[in-house]
Design a binder for this molecule. Structure first.
Ligand code: PEP
Length: 250
């Protein structure tokens, strides 16, 4: 089944007004891309980025599960949408680890994002200890099962990002065989959960994706794009990855 690739950048806690020029440059490069492109920015930049790059998909990096309430420092899906965001990441390992987010909370966040009309990228991934113990597939499959939204009405608006924690920001990348094995397993879990619609969900790979390894990764069956951290901060680093996805798109 053919799925248009998605390359999403995650700026994490990087970016102030001076960096809006990079957003604009990336949005211009993305206009002619043969893949979907998005940037998930710090909440403080979203509205200005939307103005700087009209029509380009800007997203958040997290969302609260509740619509509103006494949640100091948090942002709701409706607030992201009101700022002009089109998507959000949920369940990034840095939030699961540093903020103790559970699968149940991540599932609620994914459901809140979709209910508010945002596209959602749901992250899963194993530690190096789990991979070394030979339990990566079973662990990540169980994490996905427990984090998935109860239903998806429009499968292309929902994506899963497989991000091995040991590969994030380290320069280490799993073998092509290991990526293929994990993505095939996750495709199976998505089919179990959503039937035929599970075939339309995009499964992104994330973890030290760069221009030099992107084409090989995009060539793997069931890799439908990438979630990119460090290499998404500069147009000069990010656009070659977008280009590789464009060439690798069906
Ligand atoms: C990420 O944070 O989602 C990520 C994949 O980071 P990096 O590309 O820097 O490894």
């Amino acid at each position: 089944m053919s799925r248009r690739k998605l390359v999403a950048g995650n700026w994490k806690m990087h970016g102030t007004s001076v960096d809006l020029a990079e957003v604009t440059a990336i949005s211009i490069g993305a206009k002619t891309a043969g893949a979907d492109v998005a940037l998930c920015l710090p909440a403080t930049l979203i509205e200005r980025a939307v103005r700087s790059a009209p029509g380009f998909a800007i997203g958040g990096q997290d969302v609260h599960a509740a619509e509103k309430g006494a949640h100091t420092g948090c942002v709701s899906a409706a607030m992201l949408s009101d700022a002009g965001a089109k998507l959000t990441i949920v369940g990034h390992s840095e939030r699961r680890e540093a903020h103790g987010e559970t699968d149940t909370e991540v599932k609620a966040k994914a459901e809140a994002g979709l209910a508010a009309g945002l596209d959602v990228i749901l992250c899963v991934g194993e530690t190096d200890a789990i991979r070394e113990a030979g339990r990566a597939i079973e662990t990540v499959s169980a994490q996905l099962d427990a984090s998935l939204p109860g239903s998806i009405s429009n499968a292309p608006s929902f994506s899963v990002a497989y991000e091995p924690i040991w590969a994030i920001g380290t320069g280490k990348v799993p073998s092509i065989e290991d990526i293929a094995e994990m993505h095939a397993a996750l495709r199976g879990r998505l089919r179990n959960a959503f039937g035929n619609a599970g075939d339309s969900v995009r499964i992104l790979y994330g973890g030290s994706v760069k221009a030099s390894n992107a084409a090989d990764i995009f060539g793997v069956s069931d890799v439908d794009g990438a979630l990119v951290g460090g290499a998404s901060l500069k147009a000069a680093d990010f656009l070659p990855i977008v280009e590789a996805a464009s060439l690798g798109s069906n």
